[in-house]
Design a protein around this ligand. Sequence first.
Ligand code: SF4
Ligand code: SF4
Ligand code: FES
Length: 255
Amino acid sequence: MTTVKPSGDKPNLPPTSRLIEVFIMGKSYKVPETLTIQKAIEWAGFQFIRSCGCRGGICGACPTIYRTKDDYKLKVGLACQTVAEDGMYLVQLPFVPVQKAIYNIEEEKATLAAIEKHYPETFRCVQCNTCTKACPMDIEVMQYIAEIIKGDYKKAAELSHSCIMCGMCAARCPAELQQFNVAMFIRRMYGRYVLPKAEHLKNRVEDIEAGKYEPMLDELQQVSSGELVKRYKEREWEPEPYEVPDWKPKDTKYL
Ligand code: SF4
Ligand code: SF4
Ligand code: FES
């Protein structure tokens, strides 16, 4: 982060909101209450050049460590989802260092031997549950690690499916596991070797490889930016799936 004029999303504050004191990397700032940590940091004058992505709790870029007033506990949360509190001390983690294994998915299998080879520390888990408590996605992290060790890769893949790779489980783990990376390995193996292939995806890839969309892309590259904006604004919107379960666009030539 660098200090510049406040930027980013402009918060829409209630007129009655009062100022609270937060400590960002040890320095005191007065910010309006009701802001997320992310917006409080921007209000204080910082501009994000990393540790910020989707702003919606999906990308995992904004893990933050903090303590609140009158509580000894070191807490973790996503800056874009956690509301700043009066007296909060906080710092963002730009990255959680891990050693990502390099492997060729075509030469691997979901076996204990493969996990031992790529992520041997997995077996050091002491089942303290700290990772589960740290996870902002409420994932049962300790449980998916237990399923991996047991060999139930389907369960491990399903339990870890919502992982956003924020790294907070790994940052807090006393046994120094890389939970999110070993879970990614298992999901890849499960998707590659166990789950049936999606027929519609296979068809679409074949269409792309056969050049079905090239004329459309070529045509789009020729039109003016004004025409692009017009087409974007006039595009047909897909309804919620539950409203029209068998919906199709009016123009089906690219389906
Ligand atoms: S924090 Fe580490 S040691 Fe504790 S349960 Fe999670 S993976 Fe196991
Ligand atoms: S499992 Fe770990 S990396 Fe994934 S979302 Fe939870 S804390 Fe973040
Ligand atoms: S900015 Fe993407 S999860 Fe917070």
